[in-house]
Design a protein around this ligand. Structure first.
Ligand SMILES: CCCCCCC/C=C/C(=O)SCCNC(=O)CCNC(=O)[C@H](O)C(C)(C)COP(=O)(O)OP(=O)(O)OC[C@H]1O[C@@H](n2cnc3c(N)ncnc32)[C@H](O)[C@@H]1OP(=O)(O)O
Ligand SMILES: NC(=O)C1=CN([C@@H]2O[C@H](COP(=O)(O)OP(=O)(O)OC[C@H]3O[C@@H](n4cnc5c(N)ncnc54)[C@H](OP(=O)(O)O)[C@@H]3O)[C@@H](O)[C@H]2O)C=CC1
Length: 309
């Protein structure tokens, strides 16, 4: 067939939209009798994942620093019919992490599933990053995740019970994250931790997996990150593109419930032989590369004006 004889390719429409809210791939009641602890479960993607577990009859424990985040989510999850315990906890403090597990165990039983979703992040050029800014992000995202895993692992090892951990990551764990040196380094550590702990704890029935969201905007995004995305949207408007979706191979951004469906699968009985794996839910955005990339704009210029909120 000559080149000119090829049929006209279809108009690109991107990846199909996900099923509507309230849908599930797993059987009803999959998490009946299962306690699921979600850190950062009061906002954003943590709240969305907690909602998917709730729809499958999990009993939930949601934990983070701010009671107003937890109370809002508690009401929403209770509206889905879930039993919910809230617990204030700063995951950077190992004693408070131990106290969180005590509270969860007293209220609901030792959690069977741990979703390590809490993290901290803001854009800042590496050369302008203060030691405290580095610590705030790495201590939360990497060290806090480790403290949570350690407490969960210790208690299950002592009890002789199986369990499942899902650590939420980010794709710049593989690529580096210009403008996010602290978070990218911490997420690389989180991915590595998944691989180490899966081997250490597999013999005791504890699965450890990673889950990486792509761009999934939501109303709780911190102002500094929202501002960064808004700046790109303004640029798209100048380029006559149509929003952030146009920058993705999927031609759309992700819906938070798509992450929830992946989390409920990874921690379910149907994924028992999957461990040490990090699943990326991002419509192949992180693999997008070309020999010639868009013109380089130094991170310091991209973030001009960005500073502490
Ligand atoms: C556009 C592409 C985006 C890709 C993103 C992909 C990955 C996405 C990851 C996430 O979305 S992670 C979740 C993000 N959510 C949060 O971070 C919510 C929780 N965040 C917070 O509570 C705060 O923002 C915090 C600063 C991270 C932590 O609060 P904490 O009370 O512990 O710290 P502070 O004492 O307020 O600050 C510590 C230190 O950091 C400096 N700092 C804070 N914000 C900024 C900023 N925007 N720019 C530069 N520096 C900042 C702050 O000044 C402190 O340093 P010192 O002044 O003491 O030196
Ligand atoms: N949204 C996106 O597009 C992407 C998100 N991610 C990852 O997804 C996860 C969720 O992010 P997202 O929902 O967007 O962001 P949010 O800011 O909504 O969630 C972060 C959560 O972490 C909690 N948290 C922060 N610091 C601590 C701490 N020290 N101790 C306990 N809890 C804490 C916050 O609650 P509180 O303030 O009450 O403590 C908040 O609920 C993160 O791991 C993030 O890195 C990765 C790639 C893309």
């Amino acid at each position: 067939m000559a080149y000119d004889d090829h049929p006209t390719p279809p108009v690109p429409r991107g990846l199909p939209a996900p099923p509507p809210p309230g849908s599930s791939a797993l059987p009803p009641g999959t998490y009946n009798g299962t306690v699921v602890l979600v850190t950062g479960g009061g906002t954003g993607l943590g709240r969305a994942m907690a909602a998917e577990f709730a729809c499958l009859d999990a009993e939930l424990v949601i934990a983070s620093r701010k009671p107003e985040h937890l109370e809002r989510a508690r009401q929403e999850l209770a509206g889905l019919g879930a039993r919910v315990t809230t617990a204030e906890c700063d995951i950077r403090d190992p004693e408070r992490v131990a106290a969180l597990f005590d509270r969860a165990t007293e209220a609901a039983g030792l959690p069977d599933v741990l979703i390590n979703n809490a993290a901290a992040n803001f854009p800042v050029p590496a050369d302008e990053m203060s030691p405290n800014a580095w610590r705030a992000v790495v201590d939360t995202t990497l060290t806090g995740t480790f403290f949570m895993c350690r407490e969960f692992g210790r208690r299950h090892l002592a009890a002789g019970t199986p369990g499942s951990i899902v650590n939420v990551g980010a794709s710049y764990a593989w690529t580096g994250g210009p403008g996010f040196a602290h978070s990218a380094a911490a997420k690389a550590g989180v991915k590595n931790l998944v691989e180490t702990l899966a081997v250490e704890w597999g013999p005791y029935g504890i699965q450890v997996n990673g889950l990486v969201p792509g761009l999934m905007p939501h109303e709780d995004l911190p102002g500094a990150i929202r501002g960064n995305l808004d700046a790109q949207e303004r640029q798209d408007a100048q380029d006559a593109q149509s929003g952030l979706g146009a920058r993705q191979p999927a031609l759309r951004v992700g819906a938070p419930r798509e992450l929830g469906w992946a989390a409920t699968f990874l921690a379910s009985p149907y994924a028992r032989f999957i461990t040490g794996h990090t699943l990326v839910v991002d419509g192949a955005n992180w693999q997008r590369r070309a020999l010639v990339q868009p013109s380089v704009v130094p991170v310091r210029e991209q973030l001009g004006g960005a500073g502490p909120e």
